[in-house]
Design a protein around this ligand. Structure first.
Ligand code: UD1
Length: 361
């Protein structure tokens, strides 16, 4: 069986690592790893391949940054050229980034079998570019691998036939479980001298406006008592808008984007996490760490209904209230989510093999 795996940006690498590891347990599987080059900075990129112990991409389309349309179009043109001379049984896209959407459209128009890992997620917020990406991929995919029952139900509601949907669990959690024994502090660990809140922000809705970003940081600063620090690894998008007052502020430990194993170390040891990321909502739920999510909606509602996640929305005053509750030991207790057990990659590869065997008779 020949697989084409597409990656483009940071959160893709953990998901694809789970699949690559799983292929080792089966015979006669070859994969080609295509990197679109959406993320190109070393610390958003190469170091993840090292930490996840996955091979370098076979090809890098080197599209880089640009507007939503520019980035998508560049990826489509280059991926089409690549697929013209490439044989594969399945094109596999993961998650909801521009690269996944662009490559899904190209693959399907060239009549390749298209599998979507993390299918069926939906936040209802069409102002998020990722929501548009998810809906488009799910409108055209052939096979849907879902992380939760909620995602399966979304797909069924949209009229997708149940024999194309597979509830397999979470590839991101596969990589988390596999990496936990290897987590380690970063070289900046000595800057962290107290218990801390781990903060990550990169969604355009939170960081593209200078006023909005800095008003969020002000509330977080005011919610943090003197016995706590705020550890804040900065995404390049966020670095462009952050005010100098937070770059030189005693409460904040500002870091560059961290390696995967170093970031997991920070999550594991944080008092709580404040984020707008998708993947971190899942990682904190698995690790049963309190998480406040600075968004109005989530495409991962189980992290709130079953896990440790709380949606804050626009009422930032809630941040202070929740931080105080968590610090005083009154935190939300989460429970385990079905199939988030470290074996999702194996279930996906096994299913793909069965699909192919059935089709080829
Ligand atoms: C993308 C994904 C998002 C994912 C996030 C993880 C989309 C629509 N969004 O958002 O779902 O959670 O990655 O990080 O696909 N930049 C650099 N170096 C890089 C990459 C980007 O400096 O290696 C800068 C560029 O100036 C760019 C900005 O960061 O304009 C944003 O990059 P982009 O790829 O557009 O989206 P992300 O915000 O990273």
């Amino acid at each position: 069986m020949k697989l084409t795996l597409v990656v483009g940006a940071r959160p893709n690498f953990m998901k694809v690592a789970s699949l690559i590891n799983a292929t080792k347990e089966f015979e006669n599987i070859q994969f080609t790893l295509v990197h679109t080059g959406q993320h190109y900075d070393k610390n958003l990129n190469e170091v993840f391949f090292e930490d996840l112990e996955i091979p370098k991409p076979d090809i890098n389309l080197e599209v880089g940054s640009g507007s939503q349309a520019f980035q998508t179009a560049e990826i489509m043109v280059k991926f089409e050229l690549f697929l013209r001379t490439h044989e594969t049984d399945f094109v596999i896209v993961v998650g909801d980034i521009n690269s996944s959407m662009a490559c899904a459209i190209v693959a399907k128009k060239m009549n390749f079998r298209l599998a979507h890992i993390e299918a069926g997620l939906e936040s209802g917020d069409r102002e998020m570019p990722e929501e548009i990406n998810r809906l488009i991929i799910d409108a055209i995919a052939d096979y849907y691998f879902a992380t939760t029952k909620y995602a399966v139900d979304n797909l069924l509601k949209r009229g997708i036939s149940s024999n194309k949907i597979f509830l397999v669990g979470n590839t991101m959690i596969d990589s988390l479980i596999r990496s936990l024994p290897k987590i380690r502090p970063s070289e900046h660990q000595s800057k962290i001298t107290k218990e801390y809140i781990l903060l990550t922000l990169h969604r355009p809705s939170n960081v593209d406006s200078f006023e909005k970003l800095n008003s969020i940081l002000k509330v977080i600063e005011d919610s943090t008592l003197d016995n706590l620090q705020i550890v804040f690894p900065l995404h390049p998008r966020t670095l462009k808008k952050i005010s100098d007052q937070y770059l030189e502020n005693d409460k904040f430990v500002i870091l560059e984007p961290l390696r995967y194993l170093e970031f997991l170390f920070l999550i594991k040891n944080a008092k709580l996490i404040i984020t707008d990321s998708g993947g971190i909502q899942e990682e904190t739920t698995y690790l049963k760490k309190p998480c406040l999510t600075l968004r109005n909606s989530t495409e991962r509602p189980e992290t709130c209904s079953q896990g440790t996640n709380i949606l804050i929305g626009d009422d930032y005053q809630l941040i202070k209230q929740h931080v105080l509750e968590i610090i005083s030991g009154n935190e939300k207790k989460g429970s385990d989510i079905e199939f988030w057990d470290g074996n999702t990659g194996q279930r996906i590869i096994k299913t793909l093999k069965e699909i192919l065997d059935l089709e080829k008779g």
